[in-house]
Write a protein that binds this ligand. Structure first.
Ligand code: GLC
Length: 469
């Protein structure tokens, strides 16, 4: 998995098999061809556990079952078996920091959660206090109030979570994407977060940015809790969703195989900033590259539709695992800004169904899709598969080429506006601007974002190219 391409499936929106308008496991299984054709190494499924959906699966009500809307354990087993038969690994999404408020643990073991008599100044990821009143006390929720945080200083929930981790691995899962892990351990005395004295290094909500966030997360003894996760998982692959700049990845990188490089995801499409993000992250062990996902949006919206191909080229040529969000291989568009039909934090627009074909339902469902399709006529897998000049064909070529890269990585000096680096005997150059720029690549690149982007030593605007020595 050191240089795997991991395909992120958002199960609600990938493929519906039974016409209820929501994707499911049988649907995923029926589309494995797409993944093997694309050439990815693994798939990661956002949570499939029973959930009241306050946070669409990230509020888990039962960690060892499949939500009936997605199928059941037998279907999970079938999916894993077929994925493995095709050489694809399967990563689950585990949410150790908090459960759903409807998880029986919250009722039966309130002491497994974090309580206070009085709120402190900690703020939740979605705004407002982390404290919610209940029976004369307050429980802590780092995310929505429907997501109470488990107390990882109490050995009982830790043991319960270790059992959960073993459960899916024993069923054949190959590892986990570990959710919101920087929130796992907090200051045991629940001391206020002091005022911020320096920038955090990644975008924050306005109320979070005022605080140093040194007590509400990332407690100094986090390593001990991570060791428990690692202990339960043996050598299974673990990638952490750690919302920290790379300089602070330890101890997460000590216990996990990989850590998402949020500096790159949050960079704007500016060569100087992209280089700085890459340079910072490659220096740390375990950088896993991600430029889009179900929380922050799609490649084409984050970096501009005109740059989507070059962004895919960058994502798929950096050293270390790369995470590709479903739909980004066809440059799928997003829902309208401000859309908030289901998710209070406004993330519906990043989660619209996969566009398999040009029909109004996009081949996603025979029923009424839970979120409408965005632009299936303009962009869909079927049309792009037959078109050697499509973004889909480019992504597939990039994934195939990646296998030829050796481990090495070296950023190259380049014109302002260009990101260029070497991977062994391959040189990658990306023009982030709307002007042609000089690059040293030769006029016959091996792969280019569009035909003819290299001419007379210049790389076309918004383009990328890869040459072999
Ligand atoms: C992660 C998930 C996000 C979820 C949050 C709380 O950031 O990616 O979707 O809302 O954790 O579990």
């Amino acid at each position: 998995m050191r240089s795997a391409v991991v395909y992120q499936i958002y199960p609600r929106s990938f493929q519906d098999s039974d016409g209820d308008g929501v994707g499911d496991l049988a649907g995923i299984r029926s589309r494995l061809d797409h993944l093997t054709w694309l050439g990815v190494d693994a798939l990661w499924m956002s949570p499939i556990y029973p959930s009241p959906n306050a946070d669409f699966g990230y509020d888990v009500a039962d960690y060892t079952a499949v939500d009936p809307v997605y199928g059941d354990l037998a279907e999970f087993d079938g999916l894993v078996e077929e994925a493995h038969a095709r050489g694809l690994q399967v990563l689950m999404d585990i949410v150790p920091c908090h459960t759903s408020i409807e998880h029986p643990w919250f009722r039966d073991h309130p002491d497994w959660y974090i309580w206070a008599d009085r709120p402190n100044n900690w703020v939740s990821a979605f705004g407002g206090s982390v404290w919610e009143p209940r029976d004369g006390r307050y429980y802590l929720h780092s995310f929505y109030p429907e997501q109470p945080d488990l107390d990882w200083r109490n050995p009982e929930p830790v043991a319960a979570m270790q059992e959960v981790l073993r459960f899916w691995l024993e069923r054949g899962a190959d590892g986990y994407r570990v959710d919101a892990i920087d929130r796992l351990l907090k200051d045991p005395q629940l001391r206020d977060d002091p005022p911020a004295s320096e920038p955090f290094g990644l975008p924050l909500r306005e109320d979070e940015a005022k605080l140093a966030l040194s007590n509400s997360r990332n407690a100094p003894d986090t390593g001990a809790a991570l060791a428990k996760i690692r202990e339960a998982c043996g050598d299974a692959f673990l990638v952490g969703e750690v919302y920290l700049p790379s300089a602070r990845w330890q101890p997460y990188s000590d216990y996990f195989d990989a850590v998402f490089a949020f500096e790159l995801l949050h960079s704007t499409w500016d060569a100087r900033l992209l280089r700085a993000a890459i340079e910072a992250c490659v220096r740390q062990p375990g950088a896993a590259w991600v430029m889009s996902n179900h929380d922050f949006g799609r490649l084409s919206t984050r970096f501009g539709a005109e740059n989507a191909r070059a962004a895919a080229m960058l994502l798929l040529t950096l050293p270390g695992p790369a995470f590709l969000y479903q739909g980004d291989e066809i440059g799928q568009g997003e829902g309208p800004p401000g859309e908030a039909r289901f998710d209070r934090a406004g993330r519906d627009r990043h989660r619209h169904p996969m566009q398999w074909e040009a029909s109004p339902q996009g081949g996603f469902t025979a029923g009424e899709p839970w979120l409408p399709l965005v632009d299936p006529r303009r962009r869909n897998v079927t049309d792009q598969r037959d078109d050697p000049a499509s973004m889909l064909s480019l992504v597939r070529e990039l994934i195939a080429l990646r296998r030829e890269f050796c481990d090495g990585f070296e950023l190259l000096e380049s014109a302002d506006g260009v990101v260029a680096f070497r991977r062994g005997d391959h040189t990658v150059a990306i023009n982030t601007t709307s002007e042609p720029l000089p690059v040293e690549l030769g006029d016959e690149p091996r792969i280019q974002t569009r035909d003819g982007v290299m001419r007379d030593g210049t790389l076309a605007p918004h383009a990328g190219a890869i040459a072999l020595d």
